[in-house]
Design a protein around this ligand. Structure first.
Ligand code: NDP
Length: 500
């Protein structure tokens, strides 16, 4: 196992540069993963015993360090992914914001509870329910938002009292390495590490960790879920999406065109919550397509929309584009591609339908297929006819009607007159339905509690002699027999069911 201290990033190669001993950053052979996990497991009790307020103080100090080192980390993120610096800065800011929000509330979320006795049996008990963390949480993340996703999943786990190892995508590790290096630089306890390695090292983590939080493809997520089921350890899965947007005839079409363009093209469309299909009531379809195409055509390469992160992803997007045009789709805007620079010009497609890959499968790139629908019923049916159910958007001036449509959509989140809005709303859960995942992330108190196991401790309110423990042997006389009758009577509605 090689521990790295990046000591500044190598901007030219996007490969982490390391020295040998003493750092929070680990490049690893698969065989070293058990040792890494056992080191974290050994460090965990002290971290838990610090208490939530002390843990929150470490996270706040680290957030300050991140802010002091923002431009270096943002540069690494932009270099790894090719995304515009403005987008890299927003991605950087989200986890810092999350620290502020979660550190403020975690003490209240993790407070030990004392439920009142629910029945006669427990009248003499004082019961506490504490939230005890899973000792080692593995956070496995993809290349589209390497920094934001890694840190946003790690922060609540650390607040919960768990230790965390992040396995970033091997194509984009440097911003994550730079950020977690800060944890070490502020002198925080050794409970937060990076494992830089290929998919097989992620797989090795799944064998060792106590909770797996995964973001990425449905295929790998399913493999992880199966293994977690065999090991009986929990996992959270945030997987693919094919988010629909529904544009009603009464929508503000300028708002819808701009909002859907951003929803589809932010991060070059490499977002699980990207708008990937648009259904427009036919009365406004030509006008909407014209507005959308004009806006998409005005976006600037590099400043607004960057290249795709990997060549593999370029090939998927290009294949979807070729498949659509070969089957008769028309390009209303964009359409240029260049494999060498992994560039796909933001593209509006018309004349598309559900036989085409760009409408059925996750594209994860800057294509916007737009389809006319006769009415809202058809739009809802088509929107729901997908194996995915991450999020959706509805565009209408009638917000009440928008809410009614949202209630019929099979998606974990629905944004009315906006795209991606729920992703920034930490207090609400971001949960995929269907093939889009299990458990997701965020959700206020739930974001931290999901990394905990409840532990119930019962104790007598006052010392009792053994004869007063009514359920114990022997089953004679007044003890368990009478108690059973009284409990039945108390549970019954009506004297007829007392059974006396
Ligand atoms: P993957 O699901 O393959 O990778 C995500 C993360 O899992 C990476 O860190 C990867 O490591 C790691 N990993 C790979 N195999 C395993 C394994 N067997 N066990 C544990 N961890 C593993 O996503 P891809 O990068 O290959 O993207 C493929 C497709 O997935 C995209 O085209 C897109 O459709 C979708 N996707 C969805 C995302 C989302 O946010 N919902 C994000 C990214 C992709 P390594 O990088 O080293 O291979």
């Amino acid at each position: 196992m090689r521990r790295l201290s990046t000591g500044g990033l190598n901007d030219e190669t996007s490969q982490p540069r390391g020295t040998t001993e003493g750092g929070a950053i680990v490049t690893s052979d698969v065989a070293d993963v058990p040792k890494l996990v056992s080191e974290l497991r050994a460090a965990q009790p002290a971290w838990e015993n610090l208490g939530v307020e002390a843990r929150a103080r470490w996270l706040r100090r680290w957030a300050d360090w991140l802010l002091d080192n923002q431009e270096r980390i943002v540069a690494a993120l932009a270099a790894d992914t090719g995304k515009p610096v403005v987008e890299a800065r927003i991605e950087f800011t989200v986890p810092v914001d999350l620290v502020k929000y979660s550190a403020r509330h975690a003490g209240q979320w993790l407070r030990t509870g004392h439920p009142a006795p629910p029945n006669l049996l427990n009248l003499m008990k004082k019961t506490t329910v504490a939230h005890r963390p899973y000792p080692v949480v593995a956070v496995i993340t993809p290349w589209n938002f390497p920094l934001g996703l890694s840190l946003c999943d790690a922060i609540p786990a650390l607040l919960a009292g768990a230790t965390v190892v992040v396995k970033p995508a091997s194509a984009t590790p440097n911003s994550v390495i730079a950020a977690i290096e800060g944890w070490e630089q502020i002198g925080a306890p050794p409970v937060f590490r990076v494992l830089h390695g290929p998919g097989s090292s992620g797989s090795a983590l799944v064998e060792e960790a106590d909770f797996i939080q995964f973001t990425g493809s449905t295929e790998v997520g399913t493999t992880i879920a199966k293994r977690c089921a065999e090991r009986l350890v929990p996992c959270g899965l945030e997987l693919g999406g094919k988010d629909p947007a529904i544009v009603l005839a009464d929508a503000d079409l300028d708002l819808a065109a701009h909002g859907i363009a951003w929803g589809a093209l932010a991060n070059a469309g490499q977002m699980c919550t990207s708008v990937e299909r648009v259904y427009v009531e036919s009365a406004v379809y030509p006008e909407f397509v014209a507005k959308l195409s004009a806006h998409v055509g005005s976006l600037r390469r590099g400043a607004d929309v960057g290249p795709l992160v990997t060549e593999d992803q370029f090939d998927i997007v290009r294949a979807h584009l070729d498949d659509a045009t070969a089957a008769g789709a028309r390009i209303a805007a964009g359409g240029d591609t260049d494999r060498g620079s992994r560039w796909v010009q933001p593209t509006v497609l018309t004349g598309v339908d559900h036989t085409m890959a760009c409408v059925r499968e996750e594209t994860f790139g800057p294509l916007i297929p737009v389809m006319p629908v006769e009415n809202v019923e058809e739009a809802i049916a088509l929107a729901n006819s997908s194996q995915y159910g991450l999020s959706a958007s509805v565009w209408t001036r009638d917000v009440r009607r928008g809410r009614a449509i949202a209630a019929r959509l099979e998606a974990g989140a629905v944004n009315i007159n906006d795209s991606h809005a729920n992703v920034f709303f930490f207090a609400a859960p971001m949960d995929g339905w269907k093939q889009s995942g299990l458990g997701g992330r965020f959700g206020g108190a739930e974001s931290v509690l999901r990394y905990c196991r409840p532990q119930t401790v019962t104790a007598p309110r006052a010392p009792l002699p053994y004869q007063r423990y009514l359920l114990w042997f022997p089953y004679t006389g007044t003890g368990a027999v009478v108690l059973g009758r009284v409990m039945r009577a108390l549970a019954a509605t009506g004297r007829r069911r007392w059974g006396w």
